[in-house]
Every structure is written in structure tokens, then in C-alpha cells.
Design a protein around this ligand. Structure first.
Ligand code: GLU
Ligand code: ZN
Length: 303
């Protein structure tokens, strides 16, 4: 199997130093392994995605010396595929409509009998207010979110593990109990988008033949959700490489709103790609003025 990695930004803000690190790492690992590197635009949240940000992504990456295969997959063009997966899960009785808003969930969780409120990567563990087995022969309502019925999914899940090749390399195992206590009935289709980050990312990684997912350690927690979906939808589980996060001087991790650390901003101030590498602790790329074709650069050792 040919090593295939990807960089999958959401065009909801400017790329910052953390994105540069992620893209360069995924790109260079693919190059070291004589593999493929793909770019995917994760623009399912049409209320936040902007064409200007997407254009800026291509520009910043090109400037950094990242090259990718075309055509680029844009998730907004892939909604049919996500819908098919939702249909499959609905027919299997594994998802149910939920009309709770944040306030309803908070209210249910603060009811006296609830005890300790557990929180997962997507927020408080859903208290199950709307949980039921929906009739698979009825149409899927389009005015509700769709949640995974974790209790019904559990007996179908085998081999709850994945291989990690990042700093904490090894096999990551988890249990049914982890899934009920730390994830619960996660949303697989948001009411406003008909899909979710989790569902789309899993389907696209599989469709694009991604063997190695390279992304920030902030996403390590949701990888268990992705493995669950891969088992339910019969998809392969790639190797995951969760890398260190780039932080500001105060140790706070960078976020989209940190425009001050946007790559475009540094560029405008005269920084070179090698300056960016120095800022994020990567070795300099090829000497300035040398041939800039990425495929002719010397092999780099894995970091
Ligand atoms: N689109 C996600 C983001 O920008 C990253 C997805 C992933 O790498 O799995 O945060
Ligand atoms: Zn609900």
C-alpha cells in the first residue's frame, strides 16, 4: 500500500503557524516514504467557510513549498456520499433524531438524579433524552440532528484500537466502557448541515485511500469516534500520527482566531518560508535560490 497522507484544513479562517507545521509534516512524511500527499478542503460548514480563505490556503501552501495532487476534494461537493452513509446507519437502526438544543441538554444534565456530568470532546455526554430506535422504514426527518445510538452500536464493534506513530507511538486500545463514558451518543449529522466533521472525515479518508492521518494532538481524542465509524461502515482504519501543537509565547495553543500568527501576516511582514520553519521548530527547507521543485529535494528523515 502506498503511503498516503493529507492536509485537511477548514476554510473558516486564515492558516496559522500550527497549520504550517501540520501541512509540512504530512507533506514531508509522504515525500520521505515516496508516497502521495493530498489536500482536502473541509468546507461542510457553509455558514463559516469562505472562498477567500480557501484561496488563501492554496496561496500560503504554495509559498511554503507544499505541493499536492489535483483535483482537490472539497467536502461541500461530496454531500451525496455522506447522505448514503447516514441512510445506511438509519436502516440499521443505529441513529436517531434528536431535537435537543444546548440548553435542553444542560437542563437534562442538571436534573438532580444525573450525578456527575461527564464531558467528551464534543461537549457534555448526551443524557439520552431523545434516544429511541427509530423505525428504519420511515423517512429521516430533516429538522433534527442525528445521533449515534452507542449502546446499540457497541455489540457490533470489534478491535477497538489503532496504531499511533506520533510522539506517543504505540497501539491505542479502548473499551466499550470508554465509548459510553467519554463519547456517548455523538452527533453524526448536524441539523444545519446533514453531516458532521466526524462522518465526513472518516468517509473521505477512506475514499481517498489515506494510509496515514497526520494531524494535531488536539484531535487525538476524537480518533476513537473515527475508529467506531470505520467499524460500523466497514472502512479501513488508517495509521494516526498526532503531532505536537504549536503554542504562543504564553503556552496557549494557536487557534483560527489568532490572526496575529497567520502565515499571510508573516509573509506580508517579509518573512521567508525558512523563517516560518524556524518559528515552528522544523529544519530549514532547501537553500534560498536553489531549484524549488519539491520532488528533487533530498530525502528528509522522519521527525
Ligand atoms: N478540518 C479539520 C480542522 O481544520 C482537520 C481535520 C483532520 O485533520 O482530521 O481542524
Ligand atoms: Zn435530544
Amino acid at each position: 500500500m502506498i503511503f498516503t497522507s493529507r492536509f485537511a484544513p477548514s476554510p473558516t479562517g486564515p492558516l496559522h503557524l500550527g497549520h504550517a507545521y501540520s501541512a509540512l509534516l504530512a507533506h514531508d512524511l509522504a515525500q520521505d516514504r515516496q508516497g502521495r500527499f493530498l489536500l482536502r478542503i473541509e468546507d461542510i460548514d457553509t455558514s463559516r467557510a469562505r472562498a477567500e480563505y480557501e484561496a488563501q490556503i492554496y496561496e500560503d501552501l504554495t509559498w511554503l513549498g507544499v505541493t499536492w495532487e489535483t483535483p482537490v476534494l472539497r467536502q461541500s461537493k461530496n454531500m451525496k456520499i455522506y447522505r448514503q452513509a447516514i441512510d445506511t446507519l438509519w436502516k440499521s437502526g443505529l441513529i436517531y433524531p434528536c431535537t435537543c438544543n444546548r440548553r435542553d441538554i444542560q437542563a437534562a444534565l442538571s436534573a438532580p438524579q444525573e450525578g456527575v456530568v461527564l464531558t467528551g470532546p464534543d461537549g457534555p455526554i448526551y443524557p439520552g433524552t431523545c434516544r429511541h430506535v427509530a423505525d428504519p422504514d420511515t423517512p429521516i426527518p430533516d429538522d433534527a440532528a442525528l445521533r449515534l445510538n452507542m449502546a446499540r452500536a457497541l455489540p457490533l464493534l470489534r478491535e477497538l484500537r489503532y496504531t499511533e506513530t506520533g510522539e506517543a507511538a504505540g497501539t491505542v486500545d479502548f473499551t466499550n466502557e470508554d465509548l459510553t463514558q467519554t463519547l456517548g451518543d455523538i452527533v453524526l449529522a448536524r441539523r444545519d448541515m446533514g453531516t458532521s466533521y466526524h462522518l465526513s472525515v472518516v468517509l473521505d479518508d477512506a475514499a481517498q485511500g489515506i494510509t496515514d492521518v497526520v494531524r494535531g494532538a488536539d484531535l487525538a481524542e476524537v480518533t476513537r469516534i473515527h475508529v467506531v465509524l470505520q467499524r460500523l461502515l466497514n472502512l479501513p482504519t488508517p495509521v494516526y500520527h498526532h503531532h505536537r501543537l504549536i503554542r504562543d509565547e504564553t503556552g496557549k495553543r494557536l487557534a483560527k482566531r489568532d490572526d496575529a500568527r497567520a502565515i499571510a501576516r508573516y509573509r506580508a511582514e517579509g518573512a521567508t518560508p525558512n523563517d516560518i520553519c524556524a518559528m515552528i521548530g522544523l529544519p530549514a527547507r532547501q537553500a534560498l535560490g536553489a531549484a524549488s521543485s519539491a520532488t528533487t529535494s533530498p530525502p528528509r528523515t522522519a521527525r
